[in-house]
Write a protein that binds this ligand. Structure first.
Ligand SMILES: *[C@@H]1O[C@H](CO)[C@@H](O)[C@H](O)[C@H]1NC(C)=O
Ligand SMILES: *[C@@H]1O[C@H](CO)[C@@H](O)[C@H](O)[C@H]1NC(C)=O
Ligand SMILES: *[C@@H]1O[C@H](CO)[C@@H](O)[C@H](O)[C@H]1NC(C)=O
Ligand SMILES: *[C@@H]1O[C@H](CO)[C@@H](O)[C@H](O)[C@H]1NC(C)=O
Length: 309
């Protein structure tokens, strides 16, 4: 039974779970589009514990991460739940196990995201002399896609023909990202100036768009692709260097040029997604607007219980 899902309000704040109230054409009102599995690709924003298997001494494997919800660190770089956990809850699926947990039950999907990951391969950065804080832990999207293929071969689609495999994957939700933020974070950290960072936009967008094509090739028909956060509001970008501190700031003390960089990136990503939408008209590709979701939280911070800025 083929089902077409459509987003109620496109392009708005997709952090909210309203995303998941996807009306299914041909279904009764109020019915959910049933997803049988979730496949997540990304970085620390959605890593449910791969990093803990890769580096058990890492900072996400220590207190205070996990203390409130799980009562102990579980490898999530968050004290509470991640967005992918809320997706799972809303779809009445179990939390995703990290792919690196080889004994885990992956019948409802699996998480390939790894904290610190980039969209581009390490070689790209090496050519540009970008020094890496933890190169051994970087698992770029190309590697996550390889894991996905391995997972299909050895588990989900082991006994299926390629077309049966595609049918199975058509009932899954694919979350591509957030990924790409570290492609800017690490170079920034190693001293790359904003003009240099701007040149990374096309290759990063291309890597993500290529990854979306790859999961479509395998059978994915419902994919959410995330944009970047307003990086000029992220504390990490407020480093004490003259080329940063002299940058103009907005009313929230966010660095304007870095927010413009993120906006520009997001615009490019959306254009790439719209081309993919034309190339694959039967695939639902949604853009998750993290930028405006983040700004909305910042703007409403006083009424949300945080101190005004
Ligand atoms: C790994 O998977 C097993 C089997 O489902 C589960 O009991 C265990 O809690 C998992 N460990 C982690 C760290 O995800
Ligand atoms: C990287 O460093 C090497 C050795 O110092 C230098 O020859 C090369 O030009 C640098 N490349 C870039 C893109 O800065
Ligand atoms: C998956 O299986 C295909 C077909 O047998 C093979 O070409 C490919 O190399 C395998 N990939 C992985 C990552 O195991
Ligand atoms: C920022 O750097 C300047 C020059 O190195 C130094 O004098 C100043 O104390 C630093 N400020 C902070 C807040 O670290």
């Amino acid at each position: 039974m083929a089902m077409t899902c459509r987003l109620v309000s496109s392009n708005l704040i997709i952090l909210s779970l309203s995303l998941l109230v996807l009306p299914c054409l041909g279904q009764g009102q109020g019915s959910f589009c049933p997803f049988e599995a979730i496949y997540q690709f990304g970085d620390s924003i959605s890593d449910t514990g791969n990093i803990d298997f890769i580096n058990h001494q890492g900072k996400c494997s220590k207190d205070p991460f996990g203390e409130t919800y799980f009562q102990h660190p579980v490898g999530r770089c968050s004290d509470g739940l991640l967005m992918v956990d809320y997706f799972a809850q809303a779809l009445r699926l179990p939390f995703l196990f990290p792919y690196q947990n080889k004994s885990a039950d992956t019948s409802h999907g699996v998480d390939f995201a790894v904290a610190g990951s980039t969209a581009l391969d390490l070689s790209f950065f090496k050519e540009r002399n970008v020094t890496w804080p933890n190169s051994e832990y970087n698992r770029p999207i190309s590697m996550q896609l390889n894991w996905f293929q391995e997972h299909l071969n050895n588990s989900v689609c082991k006994t299926l023909t390629p077309s049966e495999c595609a049918t199975k994957l058509s009932k899954a939700l694919f979350l591509m990202g957030e990924i790409g933020f570290n492609d800017f974070n690490w170079p920034f950290n190693s001293g790359t100036k904003i003009e240099g960072l701007a040149t990374y936009i096309p290759p990063v967008v291309q890597a993500i768009s290529g990854a979306v094509k790859e999961v479509i090739r395998q059978g994915a028909v419902r994919i959410v692709v995330s944009g970047l956060f307003p990086m000029g509001c992220v504390p990490f970008y407020h480093r004490n260097a003259t080329y940063v501190t002299k940058e103009p700031k907005d009313e929230f003390q966010c660095l304007k040029p870095y927010n413009d960089l993120a906006s520009n990136y997001n615009k490019n990503l959306q254009e790439a997604l719209s081309l993919l939408g034309k190339e694959f008209p039967n695939v639902v590709i949604l853009y998750a607007d993290y930028y405006n979701a983040f700004m909305s939280l910042l703007r409403r911070a006083p009424s949300l219980g945080e101190f005004p800025i």
